[in-house]
Design a protein around this ligand. Structure first.
Ligand code: SAM
Length: 324
């Protein structure tokens, strides 16, 4: 049976209808860090590990000259990764206006971003990718070889309509055979950790996850997989409502839209698997996320535990593109 609705305990944010706007404003208002501030961050090694994981995904599923659409591109933090993959064209879309402005500055160069001449033309668009059908905002750029959605897909899981529009958009913009690559929280791990605690809250010095009292029975029904909200706080990064993504439902919906699951791994397994590749091991050394075991300059136990709440996924587009 459904848990009985009891009053909410968390009221840091009024989240319901206005949650997308809250998310947009939250990301828009995040200031850019200087290199010094970034290096002093308590989660610097986690950030570096996330960058390594995104780089590995990008390098594994992108070919030279590919056209790429980046959904929830944020401040354009992955532009250099795409440049290194020598892509041919890039479209980045994000709901946060301030982030798109930052991404434009990163691409065009400004006082705080040294001018880097990117080898690909780019278009940066502000739009809600989980409400709007992307053919309304794209010109004649689609279809794309690769669609990337890094740490953003879970914001579409607020309700079934958004989740469907998100996956429909991905499928619609991809060429047959094109890849959909992404990262998002691992709902299995989050639910397991929640059930291991006495209350509705868990975390460590890097992150905190808080569920509403509504979930006091800690039951999550596969028949009701949308709108399972929690507050997520990542030290020095985000404090936002997020939604659990029940992966079997995600896969089933993706399948409906012609996206076939190719790969799915928790970040811990992802690291163990890809670090064996000498090219990626070298990249890890360059990025400096994991030390050599001898120095202190390595990921902390709490950061490594925070990495465990994420997963990476890859889907392949089967059949024709649906862009109208
Ligand atoms: N992909 C970037 C990265 O890996 O650094 C940014 C990730 S950030 C955690 C999540 C991003 O998703 C934010 O920039 C946020 O504005 C964006 N986002 C959330 N909801 C969105 C929506 N409905 N449409 C487009 N972007 C959205």
């Amino acid at each position: 049976s459904q848990p009985t609705k009891v009053p909410r305990t968390y009221d840091e944010v009024q989240v319901t209808e206005s949650s997308q706007q809250f998310i947009a404003e939250h990301y828009s208002n995040r200031s850019n860090q200087t290199i010094e501030e970034r290096e002093a961050s308590p989660i610097i090694h986690l950030k570096k590990l996330n960058n390594w994981i995104k780089s590995v995904l990008i390098q594994s599923y992108t070919k030279k000259n590919d056209s790429v659409i980046d959904i929830g591109c944020g401040k354009g933090g992955d532009l250099i990764k795409w440049d290194k993959a020598r892509i041919g064209y890039y479209v980045g879309i994000d709901i946060a206006k301030g982030s798109i402005e930052d991404a434009r500055m990163r691409y065009n160069g400004d006082a705080s971003h040294k001018r880097r001449v990117f080898s690909f033309p780019a278009r940066l668009i502000c739009a809600d990718c989980f409400t709007v059908h992307l053919d309304e905002v794209l010109q004649d750029e689609a279809p794309f070889d690769v669609c990337s959605c890094q740490f953003a897909m879970h914001y579409s899981w607020a309700n079934e309509e958004k989740a469907r529009i998100a996956l429909q958009n991905v499928a619609a913009v991809l060429k047959p055979g094109g890849y959909f690559i992404g990262t998002m929280p691992d709902a299995n791990v989050i639910v397991r950790k929640l059930r291991e605690t006495d209350g509705l809250e868990f975390g460590n010095s890097c992150y905190n996850i808080l569920f509403d009292d509504y979930y006091y029975e800690k039951k999550f029904l596969p028949s009701d997989p949308f709108g399972i909200e929690y507050m997520f706080h990542l030290e020095d990064a985000v404090s936002c409502p997020e939604w659990l993504v029940h992966f079997p439902t995600f896969q089933a919906l993706a399948d409906e839209y012609g996206l076939e699951l190719v790969y799915k791994k928790n970040f811990h397994e992802f690291v163990h698997e890809h670090i064996k590749n000498p090219v990626f091991a070298e990249l890890m050394k360059v990025l400096g996320a994991l030390g050599d075991g001898m120095s202190k300059d390595t990921i902390s136990a709490d950061e490594w535990d925070a990495a465990y709440i994420y997963m990476a996924f890859v889907f392949k587009k089967i059949g024709p593109s649906h862009i109208r």
